[in-house]
Design a binder for this molecule. Structure first.
Ligand SMILES: [Zn+2]
Length: 343
């Protein structure tokens, strides 16, 4: 009898060490221990070989083992059933969740927002317009009539011809649309995406972003333009920055100028970024051409105005010392993540 009792102990240990992880292993267990040809049944068959004076003791051991094996079976069965009810296995709902990856604003958006907030403080409001534009609002109204040579500098993508529909080459179309509304004075900044038919390189792209500004009222002068832009660059780049204006030509302004700021890298001493001149061009500007005002139904004898325009990419490249324009549009997370702290 001692040997059989030891055998039963071994079975107990075997059962305790079992891992039931599904209906298949549970059934395997049932067949091995609890079925009519199973181990429990066959142990009861041993009863007849036990001496009569030990039958009672052996019966107690056997019954305890049977109960143990059956309870194990029931427990496993219940736990498998409750798992399938939940549809999940072993989920601990008290664990902390997976962290959501937090992105960052695109550097173009960061700088655009900063530019707009400076002009808002000066009383400018933000106006936006369509990227698909007709010939009048993109060219003709801006004193760029058909066959004007300056159109060659702003080749773009045409969606249809006669009548022409095209992707705007600048955000000046918004200025025309605002002036046509006839509500004066006008003091707006217009940000947006613009398009040019240009070969893509480190310094040029077929699309980029601009912010333009327009102020029209009685007695607006070039002095107002200069002071506004001076305030703007000091807010954006710091109080030490200097500005200079160079005469230039745009069909829609007269007089026209390009504005430079002193090089931020070398403080005017000369370096590769400023091509050893100490100055970096950042925007074009001028007094709105009287013909443009008349085109939009504004009396050019009574009203004057100034306009300016800048590329956001260019300002961003200067501000963050980025040397390739293409980085802004290739969606390289390694590049974009560097601006996380700027949110
Ligand atoms: Zn420099």
């Amino acid at each position: 009898m001692e040997m059989i009792v030891k055998q039963i102990e071994a079975y107990r240990e075997e059962i305790s060490g079992l891992e039931i992880n599904g209906p298949a292993s549970l059934e395997e267990y049932r067949l091995k221990f609890l079925s009519t040809k199973g181990i429990v049944k066959s142990l009861f068959g041993e009863m007849r070989n036990i001496p009569a004076d030990q039958k009672k003791e052996f019966g107690a051991v056997l019954n305890a083992f049977k109960q143990f094996a059956e309870e194990k079976y029931e427990n496993w069965k219940q736990s498998l059933e409750s798992q399938s009810d939940q549809g999940t296995v072993g989920v601990d709902y008290t664990l902390p969740g997976d962290p959501l990856p937090v992105g960052s604003r695109h550097p173009i958006s960061l700088v655009r927002n900063e530019i707009l907030s400076i002009f808002r403080r000066l009383g400018f409001s933000v106006a936006e317009g369509p990227e698909i534009e007709d010939d009048w609002h993109n060219f003709s109204a801006l004193n760029l009539p058909e066959n004007h040579p300056a159109r060659d500098m702003q080749d773009t993508f045409y969606l249809s011809q006669n009548p022409d529909w095209l992707l705007r080459t600048h955000t000046s179309n918004v200025q025309i649309r605002e002036m046509e509304k006839g509500k004066l004075p006008i003091r707006i900044v217009n940000p947006g995406r613009v398009y040019r038919n240009e070969t893509i390189s480190a310094r040029a792209h077929c699309f980029f972003h601009q912010v333009e500004g327009l102020y029209i009222d009685e007695q607006v002068s070039f002095a107002d333009l200069k002071q506004t832009l001076y305030f703007f660059v000091q807010e954006l780049f710091g109080k030490d920055v200097k500005i200079r204006f160079r005469p230039s030509y745009f069909p829609f302004t007269e007089p026209s100028a390009e504005m430079d700021i002193s090089c931020l890298l070398c403080n005017g001493k000369g370096c590769n970024v400023c091509k050893h001149t100490g100055w970096v061009e950042i925007l074009g500007c001028g007094m709105v051409h009287p013909q443009v005002l008349e085109n939009c139904g504004i009396d050019s004898n009574k009203y004057t105005g100034y306009a300016f325009g800048m590329g956001i990419e260019r300002i961003t490249m200067l501000k963050y010392q980025i040397n390739d324009l293409r980085l802004f549009s290739v969606n390289d997370v390694r590049f974009l993540q560097q601006f996380t702290a700027s949110i």
